[in-house]
Design a protein around this ligand. Structure first.
Ligand code: DC
Length: 222
């Protein structure tokens, strides 16, 4: 697929910092950015609003196909309403990791994700960007950080939003979500051999961004 619009796939667990790194890499290269987790969150919110049982895979997939969404200036819209805050709630986060385990939902969102691939390039962040959605990505990165570091980052984010959370609950929640995302039968989160491993535990955001850009420059045909 040489000649296709280049994709940088960045996969990894939640609170690893991959969203921030991916968005910054996209900005540095003038590429589009796909936050695929946001699509799963939107599909989940749509399902909750339709009062669908989270076990009805076909109904969930229909909702994922039919929902009207828009990404505008960092805001997320669902059926004409700004849901940027709503999709980040703990309730939606917990439900999303269940909805995302459905093969039918994943299939329903495949086309929407691939539509983001536009010149001059795309940086896509998620769990299966390199393994399923963009297997021909020019660069695949598995970006992670140790659990205590990720818990610290998530805790800080929650506090900044004025949401009090006990550190032990944050750690427990991360572990549960990691287990669900990495043990599901479809598109599990894991470090595949064709992805470069980036542990950001001891790195600043700038350093992580710099490493991904350096790898991309090394991999890009001139
Ligand atoms: O990256 P995030 O925390 O916004 O992702 C929300 C949920 O969606 C999380 O449980 C993992 C899931 N997800 C997925 O299964 N595949 C993706 N490509 C992106 C997210």
């Amino acid at each position: 697929m040489s000649g296709a619009v280049p994709v940088i796939a960045i996969d990894g667990p939640s609170a690893s910092g991959k969203g921030t790194v991916a968005a910054r890499v996209a900005r540095a290269l003038g590429f589009r950015y796909l936050d695929s987790g946001a699509l799963y969150r939107l599909a989940t919110l749509e399902a909750m609003r339709r009062r669908l049982p989270l076990t009805d895979a076909e109904a969930l997939a229909r909702a994922a196909r039919e929902m009207e969404i828009a990404f505008r200036d960092g805001s997320l819209w669902l059926d004409g309403e700004d849901v940027t805050e709503a999709v980040r709630s703990e309730e939606v986060s917990a439900a999303t990791s269940r909805v995302a385990a459905s093969a039918a939902v994943r299939e329903a969102l495949l086309g929407r994700q691939r539509q983001f691939r536009e010149a001059p390039g795309l940086v896509a962040d998620g769990r299966d960007m390199g393994s399923v959605v963009f297997p021909d990505a020019a660069l695949k990165v598995f970006l992670t950080a140790e659990v205590p570091v990720r818990a610290e980052r998530r805790h800080k984010q929650l506090m900044e939003k004025g949401m009090y959370a006990k550190m032990s609950d944050v750690v427990e929640d991360l572990r549960q979500r990691d287990t669900r995302d990495s043990t599901r039968p479809v598109a599990p989160l894991k470090h595949y051999p064709d992805a470069l491993f980036l542990d950001t535990s001891a790195l600043s955001i700038d350093q992580a961004v710099g490493q991904v850009l350096a790898w991309y420059r090394e991999s890009a045909p001139r």
